[in-house]
Design a protein around this ligand. Structure first.
Ligand SMILES: Cc1cc2nc3c(=O)[nH]c(=O)nc-3n(C[C@H](O)[C@H](O)[C@H](O)COP(=O)(O)OP(=O)(O)OC[C@H]3O[C@@H](n4cnc5c(N)ncnc54)[C@H](O)[C@@H]3O)c2cc1C
Length: 285
């Protein structure tokens, strides 16, 4: 795909030291269409009809044709982001070994516009921005802790750049042990390979507003690689997954009653207060 080839191997920057880069890929929009036609028999072949077929597959969750395409990323990411990411079990992962190699002195410090207090309405998210002197104090603490942790890591390793002992009086601690006091904002790296179906599942969860900003930043960069790789599928993905919504059976009845002209409030809706708020947000009310 020419648009994806344009950024193949390029480190697309994410956060302060991270990146996502596409290393390899297999298949395109056509591979999905071709696989779907095996199950539907001989059919139409015009581009407009390919687009229609892809939309149909996406709408009706006919997912296996999307598994015909694969993509491999090289990702550099903070350890706390990696912990969220690794929960997605349907990928193949190979991570940088801090038993074998020494970690670089690179740690994540949020940009000021991402420093926020605990949300009051949502136990999981961020609320108001932390600004001024308080923000400066936060940044100082984050930097000081990481600097100290790395300085102690280096002392425990007791190795200079050529691998010789810095302090000849002791051998230094094994790399697999020396790393354990590093904080979660230090960067790790991995190769992450998945198929298109599972990539879209990952993106639908991690490019979503409910995901933590730091992992969302990676998902947003990957969304752009999806657009370059499989433009028709990307379009259908935005239409039927990312920007779509699932309505519960009770929620659907509420909409039907509203369309029939009835004034429905939360108490009469059969929905919990939270579900009601979510439905009203979807309806833009
Ligand atoms: C906003 C947000 C908040 C979260 N909060 C928490 C939290 O507080 N605590 C926490 O522990 N996790 C949390 N998670 C992680 C979440 O519960 C999932 O583990 C993660 O999103 C991976 O999703 P998945 O299992 O669908 O993905 P994958 O592992 O990629 O799996 C894809 C799909 O494959 C199928 N599948 C894979 N493995 C199995 C299996 N063994 N059995 C059956 N089906 C399988 C499922 O259909 C699954 O949806 C959160 C995720 C998000 C997006």
């Amino acid at each position: 795909m020419p648009a994806l080839e344009e950024v193949l191997y390029d480190a697309l920057p994410v956060l302060d030291h991270g990146f996502v880069r596409v290393i390899d890929y297999m298949g395109d929009d056509g591979a999905v269409v071709q696989a779907a036609r095996v199950s539907y028999g001989r059919g139409t072949r015009r581009v407009s009809e390919d687009r229609g077929l892809i939309k149909y597959l996406m709408r009706h969750r006919h997912t296996t044709p999307f598994e015909m395409c694969e993509i491999k990323y090289h990702v550099k990411l903070p350890i706390f982001v990696a912990r969220q990411w690794i929960r997605h079990r349907t990928a193949n992962v190979n991570e940088y070994s801090a038993r074998y190699s020494i970690l670089d002195k690179e740690f994540y410090v949020p940009a000021p516009q991402h420093l926020a207090a605990q949300a009051t309405s949502n136990r999981q998210g961020r609320g108001d921005l932390v600004e001024g002197a308080a923000a400066q104090r936060v940044l100082d603490l984050l930097r000081e802790d990481a600097e100290r942790a790395y300085a102690n890591y280096a002392e425990l390793l007791n190795e200079d750049e050529g691998g010789a002992r810095k302090d000849p009086s002791w051998p230094g601690l094994a790399r697999e042990l020396a790393r354990m006091n590093l904080s979660l904002n230090f960067y790790t790296q991995w190769y992450w390979k998945t198929d298109l179906h599972n990539l879209m599942h990952f993106l639908s969860l991690r490019a979503d507003v409910h995901a933590q900003y730091e992992i969302r930043a990676y998902a947003d960069a990957m969304l752009d690689t999806l657009r370059r790789w499989v433009p028709m599928i990307y379009e259908a993905f935005l239409e039927y997954r990312m920007n779509a919504s699932t309505i519960s059976a009770t929620g659907l009845k509420v909409i039907q009653r509203m369309l029939a002209g009835e004034q429905v409030d939360q108490a009469a809706s059969g929905l919990s207060a939270r579900e009601w708020r979510e439905l009203m947000a979807v309806l833009g009310r």
